[in-house]
Design a protein around this ligand. Structure first.
Ligand SMILES: *Cc1c(COP(=O)(O)O)cnc(C)c1O
Length: 352
């Protein structure tokens, strides 16, 4: 492994056992097996099983493998939105999802809200849409939605499909799966895996909507994905290697309840350190809105670059993103980071 400490919020530091698992995958034939072979079917079966167990995914939710989170924007638009979607966001990823849906020809309604505030549920109550789209963890500005906000949204728009981008929180946060119908992520964030695969999780209601619309025009039409998933298969040749790595990495991980608590307590330590240093501050002033997994910070002195300081100590920070590009830097607090790496980060945040 490189001597550098990668704190980028995706692609991010992979689980430290990945090199060994790669070599095991080769030895066990998983780089060569046909994706419709019994070995790969068995692997997908085992992997979705371990995901369900580790991440507390409800038994009646369907777990599927796709290519990326970005692909899910398109799948949702083409296979789940009936006529109109509503996109509620406070940052770049939610906005990109909205723009992507508009470009695909849908009537989409944007609802922007402030990074220090909750989702404006009162305003949303009036909106007529069949699909509501939210970003659980907004990677561009380090905010996360609370379970209460998702519940409130569900209560005012109970009939609609609720779709959640959880790309930088799934496998890091304990997610309230039962409060929404669609949850998706890419594996290069909290899963600690090499980039190149997405995970799409569906409630029975989402499956029902997909079959009702029955759109089969695309290679990645959801009904095809669901039909294949029921046989532990995919519509395309999937990233079998990433599925293998996911199985091995999750086997070693603790249940998400524990992972969530661990990340929260690390976040608290970082919060404490930042509060003791006048040179660094948070982008998000409302503590309740801050994410535990992606931290957006400001370095206040303007005579030296924070990236230069980090580079001097072999730390690679994430750059700011979107409209926060210039005035923030981002740090991942993902499960694959080891205790001594977090200690190195804490030390860096103390001395800068
Ligand atoms: C990283 C990220 C994406 C895009 O993921 P890809 O793997 O590049 O498709 C989408 N949404 C959020 C919130 C992200 O953090």
């Amino acid at each position: 492994m490189s001597d550098k400490l990668f704190l980028l919020p995706g692609p991010s530091r992979v689980d430290r056992r990945v090199p060994k698992y790669l070599s095991d995958a080769y030895d066990e034939g998983f780089m060569s097996y046909n994706h419709r072979s019994p070995q790969v079917i068995e692997l997908i079966k085992k992997t979705t099983g371990i995901m369900r167990k580790r991440l507390n995914i409800p038994a009646d939710y369907t777990i599927t493998f796709v290519s990326s989170a970005t692909e899910c924007w398109q799948i949702i638009a083409q296979s789940l939105i009936k006529k109109k979607s509503c996109h509620i966001y406070n940052g770049s990823f939610g906005e990109k999802w909205y723009n992507n849906t508009v470009k695909l020809g849908f009537e989409a309604k944007p609802v922007e809200f402030d990074i220090n505030e909750d989702i404006p549920v009162d305003k949303i109550q009036e909106i007529k849409a069949d699909t509501f789209c939210i970003t659980h963890n907004e990677t561009s500005n380090g905010t996360a939605l609370s379970k209460e906000e998702i519940l409130a949204l569900r209560q005012v728009q109970g009939k609609a499909i609720l779709a959640v981008d959880a790309t930088s929180s799934m496998a890091g946060y304990k997610l309230p799966f039962n409060l929404a119908d669609v949850w998706y992520a890419s594996v290069q964030k909290c899963f600690g895996l090499p980039a190149g695969m997405g995970v799409l999780i569906l409630s029975p209601r989402a499956v029902e909507r997909a079959f009702k619309l029955n759109n089969t025009n695309h290679y990645n039409s959801l009904v095809n994905i669901i039909n294949q998933a029921s046989q532990f298969q995919t519509t395309h040749t999937p990233n079998v290697l990433d599925i293998y790595l996911m199985n091995r990495v999750l086997k070693k991980r603790k249940n998400i309840d524990k992972v969530h608590e661990d990340l929260k307590s690390r976040y608290k330590k970082i919060e404490q350190t930042v509060s003791e240093n006048n040179s660094v501050d948070w982008l998000v002033t409302n503590i309740d809105k801050r994410s535990y997994t992606v931290l957006a910070l400001k370095y206040l002195p303007n005579d030296i670059s924070i990236y230069q300081l980090a580079d001097d100590t072999q730390i690679v920070l994430g750059k700011g993103y979107g409209k926060w590009k210039e005035n923030t830097f981002r740090v991942a607090n993902f499960p694959a980071l080891r205790k001594r790496e977090i200690n190195k980060l804490l030390n860096f945040l103390e001395v800068i």
